[in-house]
Ligand binder design. Sequence first.
Ligand SMILES: C[S@@+](CC[C@H](N)C(=O)[O-])C[C@H]1O[C@@H](n2cnc3c(N)ncnc32)[C@H](O)[C@@H]1O
Length: 233
Amino acid sequence: MQKDAPHIRSFVIRQTRMSDYQRRSFDTLYADYAVPLSREESTREEILAAFPGCDSLVVEIGFGMGEATIELAERLPQTAFLGIEVHKPGVGKLLGELESRSLSNVRVIREDAMVVLEQMIAPAVLDGVHVFFPDPWPKKRHHKRRLVRPGFTAMVGRALRPGAYVYLTTDVREYAEHMLDVIGPDDEFFENPSGGFCKPLPWRPRTAFERKGLARSHEIFEIFLRRRGSETD
Ligand SMILES: C[S@@+](CC[C@H](N)C(=O)[O-])C[C@H]1O[C@@H](n2cnc3c(N)ncnc32)[C@H](O)[C@@H]1O
């Protein structure tokens, strides 16, 4: 993420058992729903070509089991959702749902989102990025694994069009405050219109991870950022 810094992954691949449904869905549908990205940067037009009828492009980093993805995709049929997730059971689950609901505005990639954003898509192609409840990595020695870390705004900012947004949520206060520190009021790439945490936006679906936090009476923190700059920059 930072030039010359070692790439520290924000995830570990968990050896979770896949249900038969998830495995079958993954094995039979991934090729159909995978977005055709390679190590060469794809342009906005090339990516949108995989989503007929869509005119805006939103990435979701770490969609988990994909419930929020499905809910938004059904509500916003003209928005292309590119879901990035490394956890295979979650990818399988989402693929099965996409097929059973005949949704054509979601595509997935099972890949490290940092690699996708840094290497696979051209600058200034996205209209939004959702990061709903990223792994909190609560132990101090693991903080370096957090997705939102120094360099995060440059990585995401590069991929976003001027005026585009990033929506971050977490139920861990300490991580939420760390996010605000990383972003900072003078961030080169983003402005934070609310100056700190914001109210939940009415369109944001509740996620599986969020429900677990709420069941434990966790407070939810929301950060909504706008990419600085104008189309003519
Ligand atoms: C705590 S879960 C939250 C899942 C979902 N957003 C929710 O709210 O229910 C975080 C997810 O992010 C995924 N993840 C973490 N780092 C990632 C990365 N660099 N690229 C893709 N997925 C990642 C993990 O596999 C995990 O499923």
